[in-house]
Design a protein around this ligand. Sequence first.
Ligand SMILES: *Cc1c(COP(=O)(O)O)cnc(C)c1O
Length: 375
Amino acid sequence: MKIETLAVRAGHRVDPATGAVTTPIHLSTTFERDPDGGYPRGYLYSRNASPTREALEQCLRDLEGGIAAAAFASGSAATLAVFQALAPGDHVVAPSDAYHGTLRLLREVLAPWGLETTFVDMTDPTRVAAAVGPRTRLVWVETPSNPLWKVVDIAGVAALAHEAGARCVCDNTAATPVLQRPFELGADLVMHSTTKYLGGHGDVMGGTVITRVDDDFFQRVRKIQGSGGAVPSPFDCWLVLRGIQTLPYRMRAHSENALAVATFLDRHSGVEAVHYPGLPRHPGHALAARQMARFGGMASFQVRGGRERAMAVAAQVRVFTRATSFGGTASLIEHRASIEGAGTRTPENLLRLSVGLEHVDDLVEDLAQALGGAP
Ligand SMILES: *Cc1c(COP(=O)(O)O)cnc(C)c1O
């Protein structure tokens, strides 16, 4: 089935008890046992499994084309579960420009636990090849990457991981399964922050790990989900399920609007550089055109005149909202270096845009008036 159909149908079924067409929110934390102590419907206690979460997991599994999915309370909880499914002493290769929360987990939580990580520029496959070794168990890929939207060759990195006997995990948050299909490119697991485009409305946090094969590794992720308990509430699951129904249509509009905004910025004399994979001069453009169906809703630009000028532009917007995160209907603008804090490698004159679903003319006009001067 096509992704538009899966987005509306996968995981949903008419409730057999009531005939309700919309998936119910089951709040019960506990479930009745049969007189013999069994629980043939599969539910015992909602940390381990619950009907609304199961509906979401089936939907996520089918959208990504995997065999099973585990839903978490945030993208970061999903990320942590993947790394905790490894063992102390294992080695990981991760991108030096991974999501800053992922970098923080690896450096501040998992390194003390015994996981060793080598951080590399994954746009250069020779760096990945040089970094993998006999103890490498996992190669983490994130593409397009934040905030320069660099593009990594998933198939190339997955092949290098497999040669080394390691798994390849792809953080597919920025692209979504609508625009990028990591399993078809060789990834073994896919991770999402459903807080972003899958939820899609800036009103729910969540994460997921989806697997191509239901093996021991995924069973460990499942165990961490159920026994660690970083699980989404039934209402959170329902909100993500509801958001996903319009995901394919939203991703088209986000991508169209972002391309138009990036093209406008690229021609503006007050802009030093634009980072959007849909622009032909972006270093990852050719690869993105091969690997992605469209180029997504995220773009960044560097303002001529440095940090002060960038802050001034962000202060002038009227339609965009100054806020972090992305993937909602409302357009956001963010001075990324400030949010990442000390040690950031993000240029100080960079503003990141989450291009939303407002009319593109209003978005371009807003940036034009905020930038001022000749367009
Ligand atoms: C937001 C994000 C995360 C973390 O997800 P949370 O839901 O905020 O915990 C991980 N990876 C990427 C690419 C993200 O954008």
